[in-house]
Design a protein around this ligand. Structure first.
Ligand SMILES: [Zn+2]
Length: 170
């Protein structure tokens, strides 16, 4: 059975729930004012998927704000498929391959490839010292506890989880 048969690769609601769990492991956080307690999910029939309202600053938000998904109209489950494919590939994946694997337009594939590779490689620039004996960048102790540090040091993010860590707002 293909790993792409996971529910969050196929179902938009499940995809949102999966991303929310990655970005907000302790529950939703308002991207506008960083409130974490006074938040409710909006469930009206006309409400866009994954919309929450912060009762501190009174603004609505979704998990997409501040991530690579922001301002994208591509369904979340297609994003997840593309992240999976790019994270699993051991080389830079050409947009053409994403286009064929996902059945999206050439333009969409190009945007996806650009944003995902940028997110993946920047996550490692941030965390992995270059090989060799040159002085590693000074790292704060709090950074060392960050999950990416314990991931295999490499040139790129190695898993979907690494990519999600890179996608999170700073
Ligand atoms: Zn707020």
């Amino acid at each position: 059975m293909s790993v792409l048969s996971e529910r969050y690769f196929r179902n938009e609601q499940a995809a949102y729930e999966f991303v929310e769990k990655q970005v907000w492991p302790k529950g939703p956080v308002c991207p506008h004012c960083h409130e974490a307690g006074n938040i409710r999910k909006l469930n009206g029939s006309s409400t866009r998927m994954g919309t929450y309202k912060c009762y501190h600053c009174l603004k609505p938000f979704t998990v997409k704000i501040g991530t690579v998904f922001e301002a994208s109209r591509l369904p979340m489950h297609i994003w997840l498929q593309s992240i999976y494919l790019v994270a699993q590939s051991d080389r830079i994946m050409p947009a053409k391959e994403l286009e064929e694997a996902l059945g999206v337009s050439a333009k969409t594939a190009k945007v996806l490839a650009y944003r995902l590779h940028k997110a993946m490689y920047s996550s490692i620039d941030r965390v992995a010292p270059e090989s060799g004996k040159a002085a590693a960048p000074r790292r704060k102790k709090s950074d060392l506890a960050h999950p990416v540090y314990s991931a295999k040091a490499g040139r790129r993010a190695t898993s979907m989880r690494d990519v999600f860590l890179a996608l999170q707002p700073a």
